[in-house]
Design a protein around this ligand. Structure first.
Ligand code: SAH
Ligand code: SF4
Length: 340
C-alpha cells in the first residue's frame, strides 16, 4: 500500500478525481496531514464517512520511527528505522533564524567518495518520497517546533533518486503542505551532470550545491569516483548552464582534506576555475571518521585558503563545525548501528 505522505497535491487530486470526487479534497487532506498534523482519518470532519473509509483502505499512514537521538547544544541527530529495518539519519541545527534539517535521500550511497562514511556503505535502496517527508514530520513532532529550512545533504546522492526527491521537494514546498519556502531548500549533489540538466528544466528555485572538492581532475579523480564519469570540465559547463537558465547562485562545496586539496596552489587554481561565475564557495572542515584514513586541514590552513579565494574576488565562507561531537558527518550514526 502506498503511503499518503509520498503524494504530491497534484497526485492526490488525480486520486480523488478518479474516485469521482472534487479535486479540492486533496487540499483538505493536505491541511489535515501537514497543517493540523493529524493522521487520524476518522476525525477528518470535512470529509464524508464513506470517503474516509476509502482513504483508509487505499493509503498507509505509517512513518519511520526515531530509534536513537544524540544531542549537542546546537544540533541534534536522529536515527530512523525504516519498515524494512534499514537505518537512515537526519540532523537538525538550531540557528538564530530558525531550525534547519539535513535529510537523507538514500540508504547508503553508490558514489563511493573516498572521504565519506555513507559511500563506504554501498547503496541498499532509494528512499521513497514519504520516507523523506516523514523525516521532517517526525522530528517536528519530537521537537514540537517548526522546521524552516531543509538541506538534502544527509546519506545518499539525491540526484540518483531523482523522482522521489522531486516529489519530496514539491510536497514540503506546497503552501498547504509544510510550506517550506523554495529558497529555503538546498539540494547537494556530487555532480551527476545529466541530472543537473534535468533539474534546471524543472523551473524550481531551489538552492543547488555542488560538491566540487578539488580544483583539477587529478585530485578529484583520487577522491571522487564520479569524476571519472563526469569530469570537472563537464561539471563546470553544467554549472554555468544551470546559472544561466535559473538565474540562481550556485554553492560550491569544498571539503578541506589535509595535504590533499588544501594548498594555496589549489586555492589559486580553484579561483581561476570559478572566476566570474555567480557562485560562492563553502569550505567544509572535514569531519574525521574512524574507518577512513584522511585528516582534516588545520584551522590556519583553512583560513589561508579562504583568504586566497577572497583576494581573487571569490565569495567564500567557512562552514561552522556544528556537530563534530555527535558523529555528525553524514552516515556516521547509521554506520555505528550497522556495525552493532
Ligand atoms: N551526495 C551528495 C549529498 C550528501 S553529502 C553530495 O555528495 O553532495 C553532503 C556533503 O557532505 C558533501 O559535500 C560531502 O562531500 C560532504 N561530506 C561527506 N563526508 C564528509 C565528512 N566526513 N566531513 C565533511 N563533509 C563530508
Ligand atoms: Fe555519496 Fe555524497 Fe558521500 Fe559522495 S559525499 S559518497 S556522493 S553521500
Amino acid at each position: 500500500m502506498n503511503s499518503i505522505y509520498g503524494y504530491t497535491r497534484e497526485k492526490l487530486e488525480a486520486y480523488f478525481l478518479s474516485k469521482g470526487e472534487k479535486k479540492f479534497k486533496a487540499l483538505q487532506v493536505f491541511e489535515w496531514l501537514y497543517v493540523h498534523k493529524n493522521s487520524n482519518v476518522d476525525t477528518w470532519s470535512n470529509i464524508k464517512k464513506e470517503l474516509r473509509e476509502e482513504i483508509k483502505k487505499d493509503f498507509s499512514f505509517e512513518t519511520p520511527k526515531i530509534i536513537r537521538e544524540e544531542k549537542d547544544t546546537l544540533t541534534r541527530k536522529y536515527l530512523f528505522e525504516l519498515k524494512d529495518k534499514e537505518h537512515i539519519e537526519s540532523v537538525i541545527m538550531f540557528h538564530d533564524y530558525g531550525i534547519s534539517i539535513c535529510v537523507s535521500s538514500q540508504v547508503g550511497c553508490n558514489m563511493g567518495c573516498a572521504f565519506c562514511e555513507s559511500g563506504r556503505r554501498k547503496k541498499v535502496r532509494n528512499l521513497e518520497a514519504y520516507e523523506l517527508v516523514t523525516q521532517i514530520l517526525e522530528i517536528e513532532k519530537n521537537l514540537n517546533e517548526r522546521i524552516s529550512s531543509v538541506v538534502i545533504m544527509g546519506i545518499g546522492e539525491p540526484l540518483d533518486n531523482y523522482e522521489n526527491v522531486l516529489s519530496f521537494i514539491r510536497i514540503i514546498n506546497d503552501a498547504k503542505g509544510l510550506a517550506i519556502g523554495i529558497r529555503h531548500i538546498t539540494l547537494s549533489t556530487s555532480g551527476l551532470v545529466p541530472k543537473i540538466y534535468d533539474l534546471m528544466k524543472e523551473n524550481i528555485q531551489i538552492n543547488l550545491a555542488v560538491s566540487l572538492h578539488a580544483p583539477n581532475d587529478t585530485i578529484r579523480n583520487q577522491i571522487m569516483k564520479v569524476n571519472q564519469v563526469y569530469n570537472i570540465s563537464q561539471l563546470m559547463t553544467a554549472i554555468k548552464d544551470y546559472i544561466a537558465v535559473t538565474n540562481r547562485r550556485v554553492t560550491i562545496e569544498y571539503v578541506m582534506l589535509k595535504e590533499i586539496n588544501d594548498s594555496s596552489k589549489c586555492a589559486l587554481e580553484l579561483a581561476t576555475l570559478l572566476h566570474g561565475l555567480n557562485i560562492y564557495v563553502n569550505l567544509i572542515p572535514y569531519n574525521e571518521t574512524s574507518h577512513i584514513n584522511l585528516s582534516k586541514s588545520d584551522a590556519k590552513t583553512i583560513k589561508e585558503f579562504a583568504a586566497v579565494l577572497k583576494q581573487k574576488g571569490i565569495n567564500v565562507t567557512i562552514r561552522k563545525e556544528f556537530g563534530s561531537k555527535i558523529s555528525a558527518a553524514c552516515g556516521q550514526l547509521r554506520s555505528k548501528e550497522v556495525e552493532k
